[in-house]
Design a binder for this molecule. Structure first.
Ligand code: GLN
Length: 305
């Protein structure tokens, strides 16, 4: 298995040269475009890593998985999906075009920025700090790592330059889809994107979902089987934005990408996988990370289809 993991890195490292690090958040432009790493956390509690797996990166949109989990736990399926849809968007992650053209103004799904901002506002808490703490704690518990914290320079950079997200959030507020103060919700969203993490942390988080909501290391139920089922379904249909269809064909695992270069993948009843490769394709997904997952899915016969 270690050999397969090493091959997945070695055979696909050249793909890093075909992507580019995110530059619309200035602090992310400082990431190393050549980095490529992978970690697997099996539900039998064994773990394997290869490549630059110790690289620290910001979680970015992978946090949207945990935001959705918390919103579902706190408000229930009916309430969450009354304010956000469950259909793939076929538009870029930060697009706002369909907010206005659809009659309900509901964001299409929880994994585009608009949908995640609505879900953030639905999480339990009287204000942004309480909502952030709720999701941050869940990330720490799912990763079994109490030291996980915000990267302050990325947070400042996101907050300073996040004008598209600000436009989205104010539109949603106008449409009556955001509870409470809109700047407070945005601040929480920027903080969540800026959480600094490693591939092992993300692999462990994915292993909880793979294990139907139970931590493999302490046998503790963190969420219901139904929430895991919903989250895996949305990851499969919407997790890689407007290339989710192709990713399902090539890899076939419920997954979620982020512009920090991470992709979280869930092999149900089997393992959690995290790849990190900050050079992105034109959809904002890790260029070489996708190829590493494709290699592993083929070699280990992991596709759910
Ligand atoms: N912080 C990023 C943004 O809101 C997250 C997007 C992403 O990872 N796709 O633009």
């Amino acid at each position: 298995m270690q050999k397969i993991l090493q091959e997945a890195i070695d055979n696909n490292r050249h793909w890093t040269a075909h992507g580019a690090v995110a530059s619309y958040i200035p602090e992310l432009a400082k990431e190393n475009p050549d980095a490529l790493g992978v970690c697997i956390y099996n539900i039998d509690n064994t773990t394997l890593c290869a490549g630059d797996s110790h690289t620290k990166f910001t979680i970015q949109s992978v946090s949207k998985v945990v935001t959705l989990i918390c919103a579902l736990m706190d408000k229930g399926k009916e309430t969450v999906f009354s304010s956000v849809g469950m259909e793939p968007s076929a538009d870029p992650f930060n697009s706002m075009v369909k907010l206005e053209t659809r009659e309900s103004h509901k964001p299409l799904n929880p994994f585009i920025n608009a949908g995640a901002i609505v879900c953030t506002s639905m999480v339990q808490g009287d204000n942004g700090i309480e909502k952030f703490n709720r999701i941050h704690n869940m990330i720490k518990i799912m990763a079994d790592n109490p030291a996980i914290d915000i990267n302050q320079s990325v947070y400042r950079s996101e907050k300073l330059t996040g004008n598209t997200n600000r436009a989205i959030a104010y539109y949603l507020k106008g449409a009556g889809l955001i509870e409470k103060d809109v700047e407070d919700v945005l601040d929480t969203y920027f903080k969540l994107c800026s959480i600094e993490i490693t591939a092992l942390d993300v692999a462990k988080m994915a292993s909880v979902i793979a294990n139907n909501g139970i931590t493999p290391w302490s046998n503790e139920r963190l969420m219901s089987i139904e929430i895991c089922r919903i989250v895996k379904a949305i990851m499969t249909t919407c997790g890689l934005y407007d290339s989710s269809g192709q990713f399902s064909v090539d890899v076939g695992l419920p997954s979620k990408s982020g512009v920090g270069g991470c992709i979280m993948a869930v092999a149900p009843q089997n393992m959690g996988i995290a790849v990190i490769g900050p050079a992105l394709d034109s959809h904002g997904n890790s260029m070489a990370g996708k190829k590493v997952l494709e290699y592993l899915a083929n070699e280990l016969n992991l596709s759910i289809f």
